[in-house]
Design a protein around this ligand. Structure first.
Ligand SMILES: [Zn+2]
Ligand SMILES: [Zn+2]
Ligand SMILES: [Zn+2]
Ligand SMILES: [Zn+2]
Ligand SMILES: [Zn+2]
Length: 283
């Protein structure tokens, strides 16, 4: 482990875990342990990926020879070095827990992911017990945090340790009560929402109604104006007809007078009497 700046990086394999000596070239230039997930710089120095990534947060040069270095210039390890690394014989990380397994570094990860002596945490909620992987099945079978469906058929999942106090009817009653209160809450909410919506719609309707009422009133006043005009026109028409009749009458009277004058003139032509013409009243 090496502390770089504020980053604590735990990379590299402890040299003591290996059988025999390890070539200096397979050590990380930063943590000085055996390379883990190795990368190589153009200057051919090699580091664990996490070690060099942590280093380059604050630095721009190789920690070994101060040559310029960036994340994008990092490359995989030379093949011959990678082969050497893969073939190193290493002990399982759980050696202190009793695992004596030794394998090539290449296969270490696959062994450790299923090492029966590894310490693992019980997967049950709230149980933080740590047991060795080969004891997990036994632990799970008796873990007080294991759950199972109620054997009496209420369908609830029960914690093993509260199993004895479980009363199907009481629990179901509580469940129903909760459900009921949730439902009534939901109904109340929907009711409020509906009311709100109705109120808005009502407001719109009232607005629309008053608008339409105004239109109706306007139309009514127009109709009454029009009917007044019609009445006036009809009166005028009657008057016009009366005038026409009267004029017709006067015309006829005048014609009569003219005719009479003409007959009088032919009998006494010397008389310079002017015919009396009624003045025509104009419309
Ligand atoms: Zn390292
Ligand atoms: Zn270098
Ligand atoms: Zn092991
Ligand atoms: Zn447990
Ligand atoms: Zn039950």
């Amino acid at each position: 482990m090496k502390i770089t700046g504020f980053l604590i990086v735990e990379m590299g394999f402890d040299r003591e875990r290996f059988l025999g000596d390890v070539n200096e070239g397979l050590l990380c230039c930063i943590c000085r342990d055996v390379l883990e997930d190795p990368v190589q710089a153009p200057c051919e120095h090699a580091y664990c990926r996490q070690c060099i990534e942590g280093w380059l947060v604050n630095e721009t040069r190789c920690p070994e020879d101060r040559k310029n270095l960036s994340l994008s210039s990092l490359k995989p390890l030379f093949r011959y070095m990678k082969n050497d690394l893969d073939n190193l014989q290493i002990r399982c990380i759980n050696v202190n827990l009793g695992c004596s397994h030794i394998c090539s570094l290449e296969f270490l990860a696959s062994h450790e992911s299923e090492c029966q002596l590894a310490s693992v945490e019980c997967p049950n909620d709230n149980c933080h017990a740590k047991v060795q992987r080969n004891d997990l099945a036994d632990h799970m079978a008796s873990c007080e945090f294991r759950v199972r469906e109620c054997p009496k058929g209420c369908g609830l999942l029960l914690l093993e340790r509260t199993d004895k106090d479980h009363n199907c009817i009481a629990e179901l009653k509580t469940a129903i009560e909760i459900l009921r209160s949730e439902t009534s809450c939901k109904i109340e909410e929907q009711k409020r929402e509906m009311e709100l919506r109705l109120n808005t719609q009502r407001g719109h309707m009232v607005q629309k109604e008053s608008f339409m009422q105004a239109q109706v009133d306007e139309l009514k006043s127009e109709v009454s104006k029009l009917s007044q005009k019609i009445k006036l026109l009809m009166e005028l028409e009657v008057k016009r007809r009366e005038d026409t009749e009267r004029l017709e009458l006067e015309k006829r009277e005048l014609m009569e007078l003219l005719r009479r004058n003409q007959t009088d003139g032919s009998t006494s032509a010397s008389v310079g009497k002017r015919p009396v013409i009624k003045k025509v009243t104009m419309l």
